[in-house]
Design a protein around this ligand. Structure first.
Ligand SMILES: [Zn+2]
Length: 161
């Protein structure tokens, strides 16, 4: 559980204990984010394009499902990841673009069919109701982000010509 700093100003001892754990986890996530983004920018050649989803809206979208803290923390941690990646990418001559997460896990990368039923969140599987293409749902998301990156590059090239 990740906690905003303001939450730790509570006075009860149990609350303080929870906050201490939360702050330790915050440091852990921060450290992991630093290590992963460092590895990414060092691993790929100069001029690499990184495509990340804009998950800042996820908090609002998921509060409705009553697992608020979990989703807020995901949003918070990923936003930090993105900030670290953007900062480091600039130092290494890479580029980061942020795209809408809309339909990335519902779109079939093979036939382009968009359907909520394509994805089964419980089993983490994706099965296209149109063409039956199957894969892991996170892999599908990554494939769709890759495509958005290719589209971005194509558009950029077209603009330059
Ligand atoms: Zn399909």
């Amino acid at each position: 559980m990740l906690m905003p700093i303001g939450e730790c100003l509570q006075t009860t001892s149990s609350r303080k204990r929870i906050c201490a754990i939360g702050q330790r986890e915050n440091r852990y996530v921060r450290d992991v984010n630093h290590q992963v983004t460092k590895a990414l920018v060092e691993r790929y050649p100069k001029g690499t394009l990184f495509v990340v989803e804009d998950l800042t809206g996820v908090r609002q979208a998921t509060e409705k499902v009553h697992v608020k803290n979990r989703y807020v923390s995901v949003s918070w941690a990923f936003y930090q990841f993105r900030q670290f990646l953007e900062y480091k990418a600039q130092l290494y001559g890479h580029k980061v673009i942020v795209v809408s997460p809309k339909y990335t896990s519902q779109t079939c990368p093979k036939c382009g069919h968009v359907d909520k039923r394509n994805r089964n969140k419980k089993t983490h599987t994706f099965t296209c109701v149109n063409c039956s293409y199957q894969s892991n749902d996170d892999r599908i998301g990554a494939m769709n982000l890759y495509r958005k990156g290719i589209e971005y590059i194509s558009d950029t090239v077209t603009v330059k010509v």
